[in-house]
Design a protein around this ligand. Structure first.
Ligand SMILES: NC(=O)c1ccc[n+]([C@@H]2O[C@H](COP(=O)([O-])OP(=O)(O)OC[C@H]3O[C@@H](n4cnc5c(N)ncnc54)[C@H](OP(=O)(O)O)[C@@H]3O)[C@@H](O)[C@H]2O)c1
Length: 526
């Protein structure tokens, strides 16, 4: 007998083949800020440690505060102690990495500061370190246009289409969220930036797209024939997407007063995840092909009329309560929050996608602060069996099959189905098959920024938001805000901290016989 040939599992590396990282400099505007210390430098340190950065590179920090290169390096080293995902910090790696860091003091509005920056970048070395630039704008969005204009005037930013190449190297601008606070302001920001940089030079961050599990949505959907065959209205009853946070706004009350859950979470992270879950297969893995499909999907989302908002959207704000055994003050009592604030800390909504694949399938999205558990997951709930053979023994309704994509924490994929309880009686109960990232691949969980910074350096825009994407997402969010019409929150819209949101959010699903499923409690496997 000829033994069956066992194939080695094939590891298909998608992006590495495409990636070329050329010598370049990254200029971080906002080098004395929270994002730089907590996320950007720790991410670059890990990328350096993994030898993923170009052999020749520089990081230049730009901010108003008086610092020298030495004092900035010392502060960053201290911050790394706290924010590095691996401890202890590797002194040898840090010493080598720190030699690439430089500080440039200056005001974004001061042309002389850009001349200093230009001089620093022109220091002896590979000329590519002066021409190839990633300008990371970790500054208030109101300053984006100003920074771009001054960079351009200082000869540090040329408007060109990178696809056509340029003798003067390439320059890219990375911008942080929030990208506007509504459609009009996002369009204005886009206009400001595209005066000095072509769209392919602009990399809009949504850090959710840097998460391994969010990227895996595409791999999971388009590398497995099994599930993609079921991925449509004939098989799927509804989809639930939950992003819950088990903490209040803490010290970010000032920012949150201007944002709220709809702008802070739904317009970007939730709609991004939704578009990956629901989009059609792209024609290739090219950034534009993927983003074209996401845009097509976003365009198919039905905008909300004021009546739809009344029926299909629930907002809420947390009152005082207990979060994991600790007293949590009401949102209105948080620092820098107005005592009569109407800002929503919770949103749940039912939306419809008007296309052939999803017609009639409700998508329930919810996000909120001060909820019982921090978790992000997508639950695809399949239709029930057409007939229950075991109704006499088990009741008329069996638990429907579902597939849960757990995005964080304890990332994984869980398939729920029904199984017979062992024994002489006929009893059926839901059971689950669980794929855990940690168990399968070990506990290697790079931070989203590690990946995103590398992609920006490599010039791959797949994980960044294109202009039309951001504008359509604002159109959807604006249609919801218009329905709220600045109406004060009613009593029914408050919820106690430590609960799963206002009662109306339960009713939103109960109307059609559905119910929210709480994000699962999953213990880490390693
Ligand atoms: N922190 C986060 O986790 C996070 C998450 C998502 C998005 N973001 C976004 O990222 C951006 C930065 O956030 P952050 O939390 O780091 O803010 P931050 O701590 O307030 O830092 C702001 C930075 O901008 C610099 N800056 C402001 N005005 C300037 C000017 N006129 N000239 C030169 N530098 C100026 C500040 O430097 P000096 O004070 O020294 O001048 C500081 O380094 C914001 O757009 C924010 O919305 C942050």
């Amino acid at each position: 007998m000829i033994p069956e040939r066992v194939e080695e599992p094939q590891v298909c590396r998608l992006s590495e083949a495409r990636r070329t990282v050329e010598p370049c400099s990254m200029v971080i505007f906002g080098a004395s800020g929270d994002l730089t210390f907590r996320k950007l430098i720790p991410a670059l340190y890990h990328d350096f440690k993994e030898k993923l950065l170009p052999a020749e590179f520089r990081v230049v920090g730009f901010a108003r505060r008086e610092k020298t290169t030495e004092s900035w390096r010392a502060e960053l080293r201290q911050a790394l102690e706290q924010f590095s995902r691996t401890k202890p910090v590797d002194e040898e790696v840090w010493a080598a990495f720190a030699r690439h860091l430089f500080y440039c003091q200056g005001d974004l509005a001061d042309p002389i500061a850009y001349a200093r920056l230009e001089q620093l970048l022109s220091a002896p070395g590979n000329p590519a370190l002066r021409c190839n630039l990633v300008c990371y704008l970790a500054i208030p969005p109101s300053q984006f246009g100003l920074a771009a204009e001054h960079l351009h005037r200082a000869g540090l930013l040329q408007r060109n289409d990178p696809a056509n190449g340029s003798p003067r190297g390439w320059q890219r601008i990375v911008v942080e969220k929030p990208f506007g606070h509504d459609l009009a302001s996002a369009q204005a920001l886009n206009r400001d930036l595209t005066r000095f940089a072509a769209e392919p030079q602009i990399f809009r961050i949504d850090h959710y797209l840097g998460k391994e599990t969010v990227q895996n949505i595409l791999m999971f959907r388009f590398s497995n024939a099994l599930f993609e065959r079921l991925w449509h209205r004939d098989a799927i009853d509804h989809v639930q997407l939950t992003v819950s946070e088990a903490h209040g706004v803490d010290q970010r009350g000032g920012y949150y007063e201007e944002a709220g859950a709809l702008r802070d979470m739904v317009q970007n992270h939730l709609l991004q995840v939704l578009s990956l879950i629901a989009m059609e297969p792209p024609v290739s893995l090219d950034a534009e092909a993927i983003r074209d499909e996401k845009v097509k999907l976003l365009r198919s989302i039905r905008l909300f009329s004021p009546e739809d908002v009344a029926r299909h959207v629930v907002r809420g704000q947390y009152r005082a309560g207990t979060l994991n055994g600790v007293p949590q003050p009401a949102y209105r009592q948080e620092p820098r929050v107005r005592p009569d604030s109407n800002v929503e800390t919770y949103v749940a909504l039912k939306l419809f996608i008007d296309n052939w694949r999803w017609s009639g399938v409700p998508f329930f999205l919810r996000t909120g602060k001060a909820l019982p558990r921090s978790a992000s997951e997508v639950r695809i709930q399949f239709r029930r069996t057409p007939h229950v053979l075991f109704a006499a023994q088990c009741g008329p309704k069996l638990d429907p099959n579902s597939l849960t994509l757990r995005l964080q924490p304890n990332e994984g994929i869980i398939l729920h189905f029904n199984g017979k309880v062992p024994g002489t009686t006929i009893a059926v109960r839901p059971v689950r098959m669980h794929f855990s990232y940690d168990a399968e691949f070990g506990a290697y969980t790079p931070e989203a920024y590690e990946r995103l910074l590398l992609e920006a350096i490599a010039g791959d825009a797949t994980l960044f938001i294109r202009r039309d994407e951001v504008e359509i997402a604002w159109q959807i969010a604006d249609s919801i805000r218009a329905g709220w019409q600045d109406k004060p929150l009613s009593d029914r819209e408050f919820y106690a901290a430590g609960t799963w949101g206002p009662v109306a959010a339960e009713d939103l699903l109960a109307q059609t016989g559905h119910a929210w499923r709480e994000p699962m409690v999953i213990k880490p496997s390693t």
